[in-house]
Design a protein around this ligand. Structure first.
Ligand SMILES: [Fe+2]
Length: 303
């Protein structure tokens, strides 16, 4: 348990200019299922119990609309609101019952770089579809580019209450909100943006089956397949048609809270690519992961 009571990563909401292209890729190629589409939004789910794990909002620019985490109860959302205010954080939206798809009791606030963070309890249930093996189950982690990794880690540990699991030199920090090695990571970069979004697959078979589906449709990894040192997860990164980098992943390790000691991994091939199959990321992969610079002052998003 951390100071705001975050239980797990729920969903991300991203801006894009073409909902048609996003829907086509993320349903037909990526294996998500459309929950609903409105005039300017679409909601997509995995096979797990989360109402939706990915939302797109039609916009002229790319970037994060919000990232949502689960709290256990409405009382926890109210407590989180008090804690945030005591820490000097302005809320974008006070705790409230939402009329949005999925409902729930929510609040939103910004981190110092303008990322909108949603804390939500009591979202509507959906039946898990555990019989489907080669589709994404849930979000594994989101990685953000930050202009100041130390400031980002300080806010997300001291205010949001995540714990540092590992570092990749002083270039990346991997943060957890439960026993999974990381749900959020930060990458030191030239501007604030989304680096990539990773989706959990059941096992290595499901991982390669999804790579097979993607290959059949003409999508080959921009980096991978390989296995990372920090977190020990298998990875394959792709470029989607709307401007983001989704990652197929499986096997992220669990951390035993009582005896885990964060380490600093070196940024050398034998530590960032344990299988030795991926090689270094290409210039294309690096450019896509750099994302589009995002404004650091936001209007109220994702309420
Ligand atoms: Fe990743």
């Amino acid at each position: 348990m951390n100071s705001l009571g975050l239980r797990e990563l729920r969903h991300v909401s991203l801006r894009c200019s073409s909902l048609d292209e996003a829907e086509d890729f993320y349903t037909n190629a990526w294996g998500l299922e459309l929950v609903e589409r409105s005039i300017d939004r679409l909601w997509l789910r995995g096979t797990g119990p989360e109402h939706h794990i990915l939302q797109f909002v039609e916009s002229d620019n790319l970037g994060l609309e919000h990232v949502a985490f689960a709290l256990a109860t409405p009382e926890d959302v109210d407590s989180a609101a008090k804690h945030l205010v005591n820490m000097g954080v302005d809320l974008i939206s006070e705790p409230h019952r939402s009329d949005d798809l999925g409902g729930g009791y929510r609040l939103t606030f910004n981190d110092p770089e303008g990322r909108c963070i949603m804390l939500a309890a009591l979202l509507e249930a959906v039946a898990p579809r555990s019989e489907i093996s080669n589709q994404p189950i849930q979000l594994s982690h989101v990685v953000f580019n930050t202009v100041d990794i130390n400031a980002a880690v300080e806010f997300w540990t001291q205010v949001v209450g995540l714990r540092v699991s590992d570092w990749s030199e002083n270039q990346m920090a991997f943060l957890r909100c439960n026993n999974r090695h990381h749900s959020v990571a930060f990458n030191q970069a030239e501007w604030t943006s989304v680096n990539h979004i990773a989706y959990d697959f059941r096992d290595t078979d499901a991982f390669f089956q999804r790579l097979g589906v993607l290959r059949h449709l003409g999508f080959v990894p921009i980096w991978g397949p390989g296995r990372h040192g920090p977190g020990n997860n298998a990875f394959a990164y792709f470029g989607d048609p709307v401007g983001y980098v989704p990652e197929v992943t499986t096997g992220l390790i669990d951390v035993e809270e009582s005896n885990w000691v964060p380490r600093v991994w070196q940024r050398v091939p034998e530590q960032s690519d344990l299988w030795g199959t991926a090689g270094p990321p290409s210039d294309d992969a690096r450019a896509r992961m750099a994302g589009s610079p995002e404004p650091t002052v936001r209007s109220a998003g994702g309420t």
